[in-house]
Design a protein around this ligand. Structure first.
Ligand code: SF4
Length: 298
């Protein structure tokens, strides 16, 4: 663990991300303690930046206060994506409470939040999230479509606990995440699941995806956002290398077809992506799930 000082912590996007509906991103940490095998933040994709150690942006609260005060004064309200590139609830957060402090500031300035996590620790902040949910000022064109200042999203690459133990060993278990999602829904939050990245030939098959969507629905998800795997790099810490290693070790039969699917690219073939999107749409409809957080938003 390392403490760092930053000059800015709130990042304004050039244009709204119409999938996650966020105008801003906010990450209290650099790196991630969960170390999922498929995750690209640990390798060379970020230009060799050291992400092997979890780095805490110690002064994030005071910087966020300044930045949000300024945005609020100009009434530049928009959803803040919390945990857009790293987990906002690593185990250390239990003692640090830096994410909680950021939520307090967000509440103070009435900004809405889309929070994405793989951790049950988010339950600790339900009280604060409830207040944000009720009081946040929504962007003008959302007001008729959305009654929530908080979107709570949980990430799953699989609902198979054996697969999860192999590919995301440090995250809360699948069952814990599902149960946490259900708790948020019971409390009246808008909840959904980011089914990403789906693992080719393991969790992206029609049967597996059907099972996943069924579980999401049963545990309160209203929407699912589905995306395939991306694999980067050729160095030992890069996710492409780490992913293929794990695959060969645990699912040797899936390794050659996965390698063929990616070839030299970081993404699977276009045909695969089109078929996955079609399958996801079909199964989501079957389970009564939306494939957008809210429909008809420009
Ligand atoms: S929890 Fe998210 S950010 Fe952290 S290692 Fe896993 S995929 Fe990467």
């Amino acid at each position: 663990m390392k403490h760092i000082q930053v000059k800015s912590v709130l990042n304004k996007l050039k244009r709204r991300d119409d999938w996650f509906l966020v105008d801003y991103t906010l990450n209290p940490f650099l790196g991630c303690a969960f170390n999922c095998v498929y995750c690209y933040i640990h390798g060379s994709k970020y230009g060799g930046e050291d992400t092997s150690t979890l780095q805490i942006k110690t002064n994030a609260p005071e910087i966020l206060y300044r930045q949000l005060k300024n945005r609020a004064r100009k009434r530049e309200y928009g959803f803040i994506g919390l945990g857009s590139s790293t987990e906002p609830y690593p185990p250390l957060e239990a003692g640090l409470k830096i994410t909680r402090e950021l939520l307090r500031i967000i509440y103070r300035f009435k900004f809405p939040v889309n929070l994405n996590t793989k951790s049950t620790l988010v339950l600790r902040d339900m009280d604060l999230l409830k207040k944000i949910d009720e009081k946040a000022v929504l962007p003008e064109n959302f007001k008729d479509e959305l009654r929530h200042g908080v979107i709570v999203s949980f990430s799953f690459s699989t609902v198979d606990s054996r697969l999860a133990e192999i590919f995301e060993p440090s995250a809360s278990t699948v069952e814990e995440r599902l149960e946490t999602m259900g708790r948020f829904r019971e409390e009246g939050f808008l909840v959904g699941a980011n089914l990403m990245p789906l693992l080719p030939f393991l969790s992206d098959t029609p049967d597996e995806l059907d099972r996943m969507m069924g579980k999401m629905k049963d545990h309160g998800a209203e929407f699912v956002l589905v995306s395939g795997l991306t694999l980067f790099g050729d160095k030992p810490a890069d996710c492409k290398v780490r992913y293929y290693e794990k695959l060969k070790q645990h699912f040797p039969e899936a390794a050659p077809e996965t390698q063929k699917l990616f070839g030299e690219s970081f993404a699977p073939a276009q045909k695969y992506q089109r078929e996955l999107a079609k399958l996801a749409q079909k199964l989501a409809s079957k389970h009564g799930l939306r494939t957008r957080i809210i429909p008809n938003i420009e």
